[in-house]
Design a protein around this ligand. Structure first.
Ligand code: CA
Ligand code: CA
Length: 348
């Protein structure tokens, strides 16, 4: 959720009070859980605990490719780091440790060639950091020093996503959906003069674009828009295409917690995912392949003894939601893990 916190969304969240109180409350909650767990373990004895670990081999899912995500202490701290998890080998690496000109990269996505990554970040060294859209190229060994495609220009350039063929990037410039080539040329404003438009994502064919406006998910096609049918709840954000029929999106409930839904381009009723809860948030979904078997998401599930939001993998056939640490070891941290996206390519 916080990964895609834009200025307008921040106002909504502030209005409902979601980001004030829930975080610290949960923080206290999991600290108590950790304390209780530690006490329990010391009572049972280290040997017993070790045997329990040995008796429970790590589950394995048949996942390949790479999961990209970011982590930070908070959206406004400008301290995000990007990470790459190889889903076959389990190798976890920070992306861009040698980058000099960029701070706080978030919301990254790799194009269909596997050679170019886009994300939002700020140029380093500014007196006041500002969001711009960057790309970084894979040279076969590392992600190279990024190029800033939009600034610094005094504008909020956010939420970049590649077209299906990788040739274009759609993003949001001061609330206007903007299209440019993947080298930053030929800017075209799609929603100028219209209400704020956020979080664009191409439909599979490359002609239509999902986006969020005023709590609805809309579909843009040749200048016209139509509202996609919402599921139960209060307001929607963060649509992510899966195939030509379905997309994932997040919808805040009256409980103030976020649920993830399948939405349908043909207007069929949205379907909530099995793991949704009115006790914590489920958000930032991203499909594995076409989303038929697995999806990635972030969760505020209290039973995970790590702070902030944490990465999960949902097995849709088995209706089982895995803490990604249970599959790969220590991936989540006490910071906020957010903005997962998947590519079929491996960068080991
Ligand atoms: Ca900018
Ligand atoms: Ca975390």
């Amino acid at each position: 959720m916080l990964g895609y916190l834009t200025q307008s969304l921040a106002k909504v969240k502030d209005f409902v009070g979601k980001d004030f109180g829930v975080g610290p409350m949960r923080s206290r909650h999991w600290r108590w859980l950790i304390l209780m767990t530690a006490l329990l373990q010391s009572c049972l004895g280290a040997t017993f605990a070790a045997n329990q670990v040995l008796a429970s081999p790590r589950p394995k899912l048949p996942l390949t490719g790479t999961l990209i995500f970011h982590r930070y202490s908070s959206y406004k701290a400008w301290n995000a780091t990007l990470w790459s998890l190889d889903l076959k080998s389990g190798h976890l690496a920070q992306v861009g440790t040698t980058w000099k000109k960029v701070i706080s990269p978030i919301n990254a996505q790799v194009d269909s060639s596997g050679k170019l990554m886009t994300f939002m970040a700020s140029t380093a060294g500014l007196s006041a950091p500002e969001w711009d859209v960057f790309t970084s190229r894979w040279d076969g060994k590392q992600w190279l020093e990024p190029l800033n495609l939009t600034g610094p220009n005094g504008k909020r350039d956010e939420d970049p996503k590649f077209s299906p063929d990788g040739g274009q990037i759609i993003y949001k410039e001061d609330g206007v959906l903007t299209l440019m080539t993947n080298s930053g040329a030929k800017k075209k404003y799609l929603t100028k003069g219209e209400p704020e438009s956020s979080m664009p994502f191409f439909r599979a064919g490359g002609e239509e674009i999902l986006f969020e406006r005023a709590g609805d998910i809309l579909l843009w096609k040749k200048g016209a828009t139509r509202v996609m049918k919402p599921g139960k709840g209060v307001s929607s954000y963060y649509p992510i295409g899966a195939d030509d029929k379905r997309f994932l999106y997040t919808r805040t409930q009256s409980s103030r917690h976020d649920w993830i839904y399948w939405g349908y381009y043909d207007g069929s009723a949205s379907q909530p995912l099995f793991f949704n809860s009115d006790s914590w948030d489920s958000s930032d979904p991203y499909p594995y392949q076409d989303g038929k078997k697995f999806i990635f998401l972030v969760s505020g599930d209290y039973s995970i003894l790590k702070g902030g939001y944490n990465l999960m993998v949902a097995d849709l056939a088995k209706a089982k939601n895995y803490n990604i640490d249970d599959l790969y070891g220590k991936v989540n941290s006490d910071l906020e893990e957010l903005g997962p996206s998947w590519t079929k390519f491996s960068y080991n």
